[in-house]
Design a protein around this ligand. Structure first.
Ligand code: HEM
Length: 142
């Protein structure tokens, strides 16, 4: 699967405001995630206080390089290894995705139109599917 041209254009146009608000978006995302899916909190028990904030930065970096995903190979590998160490499973991706999109909507306000949210949703799950595939392979060899 690849991203549609329309999605790529929207992501490129909104990468800057998302990157500029990455910290606020991620903080809000974790509040939403832990409030609605408290069981996910355990996955972060060994996380350093700032490490999980890297998620929005990673999504932002991915957005900035949306047309050159090969640049993200090393970063993807690092994320997949962290996830496997923490015990992240495929079913966690939709709950993180919904929390992230809710946070983007809240933080960006009016700029987060339906088109913008649906482009970010597509991009999140595209990246998520790459991670799930790599993590499944890592779990299988562990
Ligand atoms: C597209 C989706 C995701 C992206 C882009 C992403 C990104 C990242 C990044 C960049 C790191 C830090 C890696 C490092 O430098 O070591 C990380 C770690 C982590 N992520 Fe994700 N993540 C995603 C999905 C998820 C999901 C679904 C969960 C489950 C709740 C999750 C839980 C964690 C945990 C527990 C860590 C380790 C934190 C630590 O031990 O310090 N992530 N993720």
């Amino acid at each position: 699967m690849s991203l549609s041209q329309e999605t790529i254009e929207i992501i490129k146009a909104t990468a800057k405001p998302v990157a500029e608000n990455a910290e606020a978006i991620t903080e809000r995302m974790y509040e939403i995630l832990f409030e609605h899916y408290p069981e996910t909190q355990l996955l972060f028990k060994d996380a350093s206080p700032d490490q999980h904030k890297k998620l929005a930065a990673a999504v932002g970096a991915y957005a900035a390089n949306i047309e050159k995903p090969e640049l993200l190979g090393a970063a993807l590998e690092k994320m997949a290894q962290s996830h496997v160490r923490a015990g992240v499973q495929p079913e966690h991706y939709p709950v993180v995705g919904v929390s992230l999109l809710t946070a983007v909507k809240e933080v960006l306000g009016e700029a987060a139109t339906d088109e913008v949210l649906s482009a970010w949703k597509e991009a999140y799950f595209f990246l998520g599917d790459l991670l799930i595939a790599r993590e499944t392979a890592l779990y299988a060899t562990a």
